[in-house]
Design a protein around this ligand. Sequence first.
Ligand code: SF4
Ligand code: FES
Length: 277
Amino acid sequence: MAKLTGDTESGVLTLRVARYNPEQDEAARPQEWKVKILPGMTVLDALFAIKEEQDGSLAFRCSCRMGVCGSCGMFINGKPRLACNTQVSELGSVVEVAPLPNHDAIKDLVPDLSLTFSRHRAVLPYLMRRDTAEMESPTREYHQTPEELARYVQFTYCLKCSLCLAACPTAATKEQFLGPQALGQVYRYVADSRDEGLAERAGVVDASHGVFGCHLAGACSEACPKGVDPALAIQLLKRSLFSGPPHRSAAQVVPAFPEGHQTPEAAVRPKAPPPSV
Ligand code: SF4
Ligand code: FES
């Protein structure tokens, strides 16, 4: 790989961006701009500087600009990352930016996430209960202990940014593979003591393109900006398919806080994954 060179000492960053316009390009082509480095500048800030001052036609996607919405995923210096959560000071003086691998590009840095979302929908990502009357017209709440919450809460932090899918070597070679985002979310629901949908979801994921398609490369967990660890979720999901969900029975409706849970503040609550921003 060519050595990257640049001009950080003079406070100038070179951005080499993969441009692609489906109306005129057969393939992506590189284009370079120079941007003045500002304190705290992120890759997203640098892209905005180009768009606002040099080339308004540059296309990229973002919304929250604070690592929450998951819409600014890009391939930055060879790794899938959130552009708003990546400081240019960590990257050297030349930064290469391309759209997420394993996704079609709509234009420039905008990936087509429709497959990610359709796979997510395919794994039935919602609580499923047999007591549908209670689900539709709840009388009280389902009882869940802090320990039961701790089994799945980490997996609820998924942004659907698709960085894990972009990093996955199996997804790169097997188009049908459901991928780490969708499979991780299957376990998020299977491990939730309020859920009774394992059998229905097994019909979707117990297949060669499903959970057993994972070769445990672990690249998904390394790429995840929220500490979700989809590789762990996939392994736990495999176990659940053989031995059932981690809870013995589904959470029941309780008439009031049970004895010993009168003061929720006193409960030991699971901790969120380490902050990424
Ligand atoms: S598991 Fe992590 S990397 Fe994958 S979509 Fe969710 S937040 Fe993004
Ligand atoms: S713009 Fe929302 S995560 Fe980057």
